[in-house]
Design a binder for this molecule. Structure first.
Ligand code: GDP
Length: 187
């Protein structure tokens, strides 16, 4: 059963994830084909699997991160997958493809669902416009992406997993936000 997610949320509220050494759980979310698998393989390096844990160095401090691509599970029912995703993460990379307007609209829907599942929590989210190398196929402008992130009160970055451009910046950015949240809870 997925009721273990309750304990995820309570460790969340303890706000001491890094100190206890339990990794930050970062979830990749987004429509099919936007580049989640590509992100996961860059993160994982050689090994790529559904759940990858790594210690990464961000601003001279190490952070344990578990990256979850929960979307591509064997679970077929979308509402179950969504429910699982929404309860699993400490933070979310919300991906769309700049070449696919439908994936951009899907990202908005997912942001709204996320807010519904996490009404009171300031869950770090970065809106990620991937495939920015495909300039001639662009369907979503940078300013649209930025405006959407502003409306949804989250950070924004454009990336290219194919060119390995800004992908680590996105991972580092989410760790910085998790640390800020942790620090504000400790204060
Ligand atoms: P997922 O369904 O979200 O896991 O998407 P994938 O990671 O499987 O990517 C779908 C397709 O887009 C694959 O053919 C990838 O090689 C390609 N792709 C992913 N990221 C990029 C990118 O940044 N640029 C380009 N040109 N192709 C990409």
């Amino acid at each position: 059963s997925w009721s273990s997610s309750d304990s995820v949320i309570s460790t969340d509220s303890a706000g001491e994830t890094a100190e206890t050494g339990s990794p930050y759980r970062v979830v990749l979310l987004g429509a099919n084909g936007v580049g989640k698998t590509a992100f996961a393989s860059i993160f994982a390096g050689a090994a790529d699997n559904e759940m990858c844990e790594k210690v990464i160095e961000v601003d001279g401090e190490s952070a344990a991160v578990t990256l979850l691509d929960t979307w591509d599970t064997e679970v077929k029912e979308e509402h179950i997958r969504l429910d699982r995703c929404m309860h699993t993460g400490d933070a979310y990379l919300l991906l769309y493809s700049i070449t696919d307007r439908a994936s951009f609209l899907r990202a908005s829907e997912l942001r709204i669902i996320l807010r519904h599942f996490r009404p009171a929590q300031h869950t770090p989210i970065i809106l990620v416009g991937n495939k920015c190398d495909l300039v001639r196929r662009r369907e979503v402008s940078v300013s649209e992406g930025r405006a959407c992130a502003a409306v949804f009160d989250c950070k924004f970055i454009e990336t290219s997993a194919a060119m390995q451009h800004n992908v680590w910046e996105a991972f580092h950015g989410i760790v910085r936000q998790l640390r800020l949240r942790r620090d504000s809870k400790e204060a």
